[in-house]
Design a protein around this ligand. Structure first.
Ligand code: AHM
Ligand code: MG
Length: 342
C-alpha cells in the first residue's frame, strides 16, 4: 500500500523562532496577526464601507485612507501587546509611539522597536489593486528610540513585507551583514486556516531580469543619468536583454515581481523631490535587506541603501533595487555623470 506523504507545515512564527529565537518570533507573530486581519478587511473591503479617505492628512501631508488608519491602529495594538517591543515608528505617526513597560519586562529579554509602513500603495487601496505592509525590526539601544531607529539598515534584526494580492504572502529576511549573509529570504502564504505557512525558502533574485519598473511619467524631471539608463535598457545595451516595463504603483507589488523575476525597480530623484519619494527607514531599508539577502542589490543611486544614514525618521531616499546587474549598471552611469560634472 502506498505510504501517505507527510509534508511538514512550517508557520512563520515557528520559522522565526528557529532562526532568531522566541522573542523575535513573538514580534513577527504580532505582525503576522495584524496582517491576517488587514488581509481580511481588504478582501471584504467593497462590502464594508472601508474604501475612501478619513478626511485627515498624515505627517507626510498625504490624505489618510480608512484602511491606512485601520492597519496602523491594528499593528500598533498587537505590537504593543508584545512585552519585548518598546516602541513603534510608523509612516502614519509623527513620532515614535512608546509603550509603557513594567520594570521586569526588559530584564526578561531583548528590547525591540518595530518600524513600519502599515499600508503601502495608498493610491491603489480604492481600486482593488495590490497593497502591502512593510516592516523592519531593530534592537532598542539604550533608552533612545529615535537614535535606535536611525542606526544603519545593516543592523536590522528582521525585515520584510506582506503583499495583499490574489493570495497574501509574507516575505521575511533575518539578520546578517552583506549580500547573501543572514538567514536568507523565505516566503509564507496565508492558508485557509489563516496561517502564514512556508512556501519558499532561500528565495534568490535572478542575476538579471527582463523588467524595469519606474514611474516614467516623471522621466523629464529625473537626472540625466537615469534617463540614459532606461534608454540603455530599452536599446538592449545591457547584455542584449529585451526589457518590458511593469509599474503597479504599489512598491510592495512591484518589488515582489522584481525579486522573483529579476530586473530593476527604481524611484529616482525628481526636480520637485531631489531626495526621491520613498522613505528610508520603513520602505527602503527593509526592502534592501530582503533584496540583498536574496543576492540582489539596493542603492540610492550612488551608495548602498543599508549604509545611507537618516537624520530623521521620515527621511526620503531615491531607490534603485533589484537584480545585481541592473543595479550596478545604473550605479556606474550615475557615478560617471557625477564624475564628469566635477
Ligand atoms: P505610500 O506609502 O503613500 O503608499 O507611497 C509609496 C508608494 C509606493 O508604494 C509606490 O512605489 C510609489 O508610492 C508610487 O508613487 P507614484 O504614484 O509617484 O509613482
Ligand atoms: Mg509607503
Amino acid at each position: 500500500m502506498a505510504q501517505a506523504m507527510t509534508t511538514e507545515l512550517v508557520t512563520v512564527e515557528a520559522y522565526a523562532a528557529q532562526r532568531a529565537g522566541a522573542h523575535v518570533a513573538e514580534v513577527i507573530g504580532a505582525i503576522a496577526g495584524a496582517a491576517r486581519l488587514i488581509e481580511r478587511k481588504i478582501r471584504l473591503a467593497g462590502l464594508n464601507d472601508v474604501y475612501g479617505a478619513v478626511g485627515a492628512v498624515n505627517v507626510q501631508g498625504e490624505q489618510q485612507q480608512k484602511l491606512d488608519v485601520f492597519a496602523n491602529e491594528l499593528l500598533t495594538r498587537l505590537l504593543g501587546a508584545v512585552p519585548w517591543v518598546n516602541a513603534i515608528v510608523s509612516e502614519e505617526d509623527e513620532g515614535p509611539v512608546v509603550f509603557p513597560r513594567a520594570e521586569g519586562d526588559a530584564k526578561h529579554g531583548a528590547r525591540f522597536v518595530v518600524v513600519f509602513d502599515p499600508l503601502d500603495g495608498s493610491s491603489n487601496i480604492d481600486v482593488n489593486v495590490n497593497v502591502g505592509t512593510i516592516f523592519s525590526v531593530v534592537r532598542l539601544e539604550g533608552e533612545d528610540v529615535t537614535e535606535s531607529v536611525l542606526r544603519p539598515g545593516t543592523e536590522q534584526v528582521a525585515a520584510g513585507y506582506v503583499l495583499y494580492g490574489p493570495s497574501a504572502v509574507m516575505v521575511l529576511a533575518m539578520g546578517g551583514e552583506g549580500a547573501g549573509a543572514g538567514h536568507g529570504v523565505a516566503a509564507f502564504t496565508l492558508d485557509a486556516e489563516e496561517r502564514f505557512v512556508l512556501t519558499a525558502d532561500g528565495v534568490k533574485a535572478p542575476e538579471q531580469g527582463a523588467y524595469y519598473s519606474a514611474n516614467e511619467a516623471n522621466a523629464a524631471s529625473w537626472p540625466v543619468a537615469y534617463r540614459e539608463y532606461l534608454e540603455s535598457l530599452r536599446s538592449g545595451a545591457l547584455g542584449g536583454m529585451n526589457y518590458s516595463a511593469r509599474y503597479i504603483g504599489s512598491m510592495v507589488a512591484d518589488f515582489h515581481r522584481t525579486l522573483l523575476k529579476g530586473g530593476v525597480f527604481l524611484y529616482p530623484p525628481t526636480e520637485k523631490a531631489p531626495r526621491g519619494k520613498l522613505r528610508l527607514l520603513y520602505e527602503a531599508y527593509p526592502m534592501a535587506m530582503v533584496m540583498e539577502q536574496a543576492g540582489g542589490a539596493a542603492i540610492d543611486g550612488e551608495m548602498r541603501i543599508l549604509e545611507v544614514r537618516a537624520k530623521g525618521i521620515h527621511e526620503r531616499t531615491p531607490l534603485v533595487i533589484g537584480s545585481r546587474r541592473e543595479v550596478e549598471a545604473l550605479q556606474r552611469m550615475v557615478l560617471q555623470t557625477a564624475g564628469e560634472a566635477r
